[in-house]
Write a protein that binds this ligand. Structure first.
Ligand code: ADP
Length: 341
């Protein structure tokens, strides 16, 4: 039985995401350059009647890596098997997955940087020559048997491309980094999702949700659902700017799109470490948070928006962060009011 992607299954959004997840290139908003390159690769592979080259997608969580993998499979008319680095404990698990693949299938490995070294080494010949080497018996009787696999496409996703080993990275024919989405692109995501959910939303309200989604479609969809709940319970129906404002203030999301954890990180750097620099481990300990959560989920957006800077000696807050927190301290009710531009 194929190993399922545990993270996707436990994702609070999973049930709804199935329907909100774009199915084809045409539904996939933004990431224009990356999408175009992959579209060309898919078209070329189809023309040659060959599987597409192995593809590595990097970028923070929720930016659409898994969606792209599913789209590639759908556009190639191929079957996809989804799993994740931490779900493949032993080489045997990987061998089971690989030997079950049919010609042209897609194997999607999320969090591929978390594969163990041993498992990773089994992937090399599989990726390069569509074969795996079994070692049977031990000691002097040990024998290596080659097993030929059907030609397949590996799509790897990673939130930490820097942690990927060079031998693994070099075996991907294509490697793309997904960037945060612009408010305009996220507005399109919100409008599309509202349409799927049969909810009506004003244009300015959709933009307000988009601006507070940390550049991330998954968050845009999550906020849209919170706002929709609020609209359904407190008002009958249509989502207006007032409803977005009330609902997102209740969720602790401010005008710059930062949530409680973002502000906590900034506050700790300012109040405990005098603005920085501070190392990731010290920061995680002071916050009582996982190091990976800070590195993979919180920090990329704070860096991209210039609230923190990374220096050789650690993380430092910017003047923009100090000004933002000071303004909120002086006037907490303004949490939502300022324009985020
Ligand atoms: P990742 O694998 O990078 O964590 P996902 O592909 O699971 O991200 O995306 C999370 C959700 O965000 C999807 O289920 C979908 O609803 C939405 N989403 C992501 N990218 C896009 C996009 N380009 N266009 C529309 N919706 C998107």
């Amino acid at each position: 039985m194929p190993i399922q992607d545990k993270r996707v299954e436990t994702d609070e959004d999973s049930v709804l995401n199935l329907s909100l997840r774009p199915q084809w290139f045409d539904d996939y908003i933004g990431q224009v350059q990356v999408k175009e390159n992959i579209q060309v690769a898919v078209a070329a592979a189809k023309k040659r009647e060959e599987p597409m080259e192995h593809l590595l997608l990097a970028g923070p969580p929720g930016l659409g890596k898994t969606s792209l993998a599913h789209i590639v499979a759908a556009e190639m008319d191929a079957k996809i098997t989804a799993t994740s680095g931490p779900a493949i404990d032993r080489a045997g698990d990987l061998i089971g997955l690989l030997t079950n693949l049919q010609e042209g299938d897609v194997l999607f490995i999320d969090e591929i940087h978390r594969l163990s070294k041993v498992v990773e080494e089994f992937l090399y010949p599989a990726m390069e020559d569509s074969e795996i080497d079994f070692v049977i018996d031990k000691g002097p009787h040990a024998k290596t048997i080659k097993f030929h696999l059907k030609r397949f496409t590996l799509i790897g996703a990673t939130t930490r491309s820097g942690l990927l080993s060079n031998p693994l990275r070099s075996r991907f024919g294509m490697m793309y980094h997904l960037d945060f989405y612009s408010p305009e692109q996220l507005t399109q995501v919100v409008l599309r999702s509202a349409d799927i959910l049969s909810t009506s939303i004003d244009a300015e309200a959709a933009l307000a949700v988009a601006e507070r989604s940390r550049g991330t479609p998954r968050i845009a969809n999550r906020l849209l659902r919170r706002v929709r709940d609020y609209a359904d319970v407190k008002h009958a129906g249509r989502i207006t700017m007032d409803i977005v404002q009330a609902a997102l203030t209740q969720q602790g999301i401010d005008a710059k799109g930062l949530d409680g954890l973002d502000r906590k990180v900034l506050r700790v750097i300012i109040e405990t470490y005098g603005g920085g620099p501070v190392g990731l481990d010290a920061l995680a300990a002071a916050l009582n948070e996982e190091r990976d959560t800070i590195a993979e989920v919180v920090e990329p957006y704070l860096l991209a928006t210039g609230f923190i800077k990374r220096t050789a000696r650690g993380r430092m807050v910017s003047e923009k962060a100090v000004a933002h927190l000071t303004a909120l301290k002086e006037k907490p009710e303004a949490l939502f009011e300022q324009s985020s531009r």
